[in-house]
Write a protein that binds this ligand. Structure first.
Ligand code: ATP
Length: 477
């Protein structure tokens, strides 16, 4: 299956979906660029999510907050204080420790045994590894020292993770006046700080939700698996504000809604599952992931979290601005509880691409050959329809261009007149175009065209007059 991911990475690059960032300089680790087909697919995924949230729910509206936020935001959210240490988990007890504390304790033990120099050497080794950002080396020291977890008494450790995930930069022209700000590590806080703005100006009544799509940044230490874990990525988050005590009902409801969404855009139920969190984050009273079976195993694609009133309360404390809602139905003021759904646009993109990538053998006997195509749901395919004249001459090209012009305001089309028709089909298969419209000599006589289906490769002759409506129907959700 490792090779399956390799195939997908090279396909993504070769056909204009995803390129390594700054490739001419040999790339930048864990950063990627979307190409001409990738951006269309990603935009379609974002559009479908946006519509599913805001159009299909009367009580969910959208916002677009800035990447830069007041630094106190990240104090309130807990990111400043709790995302700063190298952490290691014991797999048996599920207890989390600071890796450096474990080693400091061991050094102290050596000192108590009269082996202070051994302890000192140990701390130096650790400092060197930490300075170099070599967390695997930190873990190796812990293992070499046979440090066991006081609860489980085992040395079954996970990798060490550095939780200093936030990127920082300065604002202000003069360096002395400059103040440190962060690139947001999640989009959620832009929603929390706008909760009352939206509630009041939109006269929203709890329960209601705010949706947002935007970039987030994390200085991920372990970057691997292509666009699965990036340092710059995009999140699609929705915070749903509810009356305290009703959060578990909403949590259960959103879990189901979100699972259905992934199936609706083409991911098979057999490759999706819920995974309850063993450990809850400091802000959550319930949390589950929707996992997709990537070529490297079942991994988190979306998180659904019951965040209680943690965030709004923290913002109220730090900003000294009340974050309360007056509920006219029960005549009470309260800080709403929040159920959030948070999915990475890039991880969803990767899941969709992995699922769509299809290799099959077509033809009979010595005519057999391999065909690769992307089995994308037509609604998210980068290009919906390719318009192809069978040959350029005898007015077929002009006729095809005319048809292309009549379709291209309705959905994304492409026009291609170069080369053998089979080669042109293949080009469209490789980028997942669901339909090819072919203009042939019969078209010139009776105003019909053939429509070729990407998956079945079968062709149907239909009248030009019906084309827009039939294709429009076929490429919608
Ligand atoms: P992980 O455990 O994989 O680091 P997380 O639990 O930290 O993810 P959340 O903070 O819950 O992730 O973020 C919500 C969603 O944002 C994730 O489900 C994922 O789809 C996406 N996401 C998070 N980090 C990244 C990243 N570095 N690159 C791409 N997508 C990401």
């Amino acid at each position: 299956t490792a090779s399956a991911l390799k195939d997908i990475i090279s396909h993504a690059k070769e056909y204009g979906f995803v390129f390594p960032s700054s490739e001419i300089y040999d790339g930048l680790q864990a950063v990627y660029d979307y190409g001409q087909n990738g951006v269309e697919l990603k935009n379609n995924l974002k559009m479908v999510w946006w519509k599913a949230m805001t159009m299909l729910n009367d009580n969910v509206v959208g916002i677009d907050a800035s990447i830069f936020m007041h630094p106190l935001t990240w104090k309130a959210s807990g990111h400043v204080d709790s995302f700063n240490d190298p952490m290691i988990d014991n797999k048996d007890s599920k207890k989390r420790y600071r890796a450096d504390t474990l080693l400091e304790d061991r050094a102290a033990q050596y000192e108590a045994e009269g082996k202070a120099d051994v302890g000192k050497a140990l701390l130096q080794k650790m400092a060197k590894a930490l300075d170099a950002g070599d967390l695997e080396a930190v873990r190796q020291i812990i293992i070499d020292e046979n440090i066991t977890c006081p609860i489980s008494n085992t040395a079954n450790w996970t990798e060490v993770r550095q939780f200093n995930l936030m990127f920082s930069t300065q604002v202000g022209a003069v360096s002395e006046d400059a103040s440190l700000i962060y690139l947001r590590p999640e989009t959620a806080q832009g929603i929390f700080v706008n909760f009352l703005n939206v509630q009041k100006t939109g006269r929203m009544k709890v329960p209601f939700g705010i949706a947002q799509i935007g970039k987030a940044f994390r200085n991920e230490i372990v970057a691997r698996n292509f666009i699965f874990r990036m340092r710059e990525f995009e999140q699609m988050e929705m915070q749903f504000f509810v009356r305290p005590g009703t959060e578990m009902e909403w949590y259960a409801a959103w879990k189901e809604v979100r699972m259905k969404f992934h199936q609706a855009i083409g991911l098979p139920a057999s490759k999706l599952k819920f995974h309850d969190h063993e450990k809850l984050a400091h802000y959550a009273n319930a949390a589950v992931d929707i996992e997709y079976e990537f070529p490297f195993g079942f991994k988190e694609m979306e998180g659904i979290h019951s965040r209680t009133d943690f965030d709004l309360k923290a913002h109220q404390d730090l900003s000294r601005k009340k974050q309360q809602y007056f509920d006219p139905e029960i005549n009470e003021n309260y800080i709403p509880y929040v159920v959030e759904t948070s999915v990475g646009a890039d991880r969803l993109f990767l899941a969709i691409l992995c699922n769509a990538y299809t290799e099959e053998i077509v033809g009979e006997g010595d005519q057999q050959k391999q065909r690769i195509y992307l089995n994308l749901h037509p609604a998210i395919a980068p290009i919906k329809v390719a318009v192809l004249p069978l040959v350029k001459k005898d007015g077929l090209a002009e006729k095809a261009q005319e048809i292309n012009r009549s379709l291209k305001f309705a959905f994304n089309t492409t026009y291609d007149e170069g080369g053998a028709i089979g080669k042109r089909y293949t080009r469209q298969d490789l980028i997942g175009t669901p339909y090819c419209v072919v203009i042939d000599y019969q078209t010139m006589e009776d105003d019909t065209v053939t429509v070729r289906d990407r998956n079945t490769m079968s062709q149907e002759r239909i009248s030009i007059a019906d084309l827009k409506e039939k294709l429009g129907y076929a490429v919608s959700m």
